[in-house]
Design a protein around this ligand. Sequence first.
Ligand code: ATP
Length: 379
Amino acid sequence: MQTRITGHGQELDLQHVEMRAVSKRYGEFTAITNLNLGIGKGEFCALLGPSGCGKSTILRMIAGLEPVNAGSVFINGVNVTKLHPAKRRIAMVFQSYALYPHLTVRQNIAFSLSVAGAPREVQAKRADEIAALLQLGHLMDRKPAQLSGGQRQRVAIGRALVREPEVFLFDEPLSNLDAMLRVQMRIELAKLHKTLGATMIYVTHDQVEAMTLADRIVVLDRGVVAQVGAPLELYAKPDNKFVASFIGSPTMNFLAVTPRSVAGRDITLAFDAAGQPASGSLTVRARSVPGGASPTPAEIGIRPEHIAITDPGKAGAHLTGHVQLVERLGNLTIVYVSTPAGQLVVEGGGELAVRTGEPIGLMLDPARTHMFDKNGSVV
Ligand code: ATP
């Protein structure tokens, strides 16, 4: 969904939130380089990446808490780059709940209305509506110290909701909660997004959180966008090794390879190191290369669930190896295999019949095998 506006003789197609050529420096250090990012109205967009990649900086620039060094930020078609945070119609929820300890849940939720001078009845009515949405109705007269972590975080979300913002910004809001509560709050956030249909931008380093909540994920690598896409698109078709290795657990396996022959987009590969292909070779289809540059894969990547275990002598096995360790998780089995080409992690069903120390064959699914060049870009 886009807003078409005309400004200074220039016509721009703008998304609900848009960053155009935004850069951010802290002294000599460049935290964000030339970021172009558009987020549609009603979209749940996750900013995902390792610690220090610039996620919070982006969120804070959208909020106006951090000035940009170059570029512009637009919210709902308005250039807000120089606008005070209070005027941007955004609400932010942080990892630390930052509730007022001396105020009740009701007063915390209604705080911004009370500051704005809304009549008491309006404050109470709105706080009650929000409390119902967040299942806080029975806790309205408690103080924050009398609440659990999850309840406090819900109050913090309620306090953001009451302001009816254009955009919700979440900065790792579930990080302080224990594993079970995180899952529960994740479901609640997803429901809330569905109910409100609001634009939400959500910072996390937890790929599961991003995968389960977001319509679209922006993966960041040292201040630069590594890839933007729907969760399963990133999982199935990573554009580079960074995204391939950051998304998915257990992580994707990588093995060094040398191309032996090329027929159109089909590249036949041999495994490097001491490893000879166990039998035959592996032929993988390259993604179409714009401009027709000749692809030179240096590595393959394959997810643990896309490798099948067979008998060691079986025709069609690409590698042979030995089982180093078997982890049985009930619903699935994780197998660590040493091969002449390197160690591989293989995932199978809960009943997978393998034993530590035994020799096995491995078949790699060529259709699910990714190739990367020496710079880590997909081939
Ligand atoms: P985390 O997940 O650890 O919160 P992040 O991806 O949110 O990380 P940012 O907080 O955006 O990362 O920081 C990006 C980079 O900018 C980091 O290398 C950080 O050290 C640096 N940085 C952030 N704030 C400042 C500051 N005020 N002064 C100097 N450097 C800063």
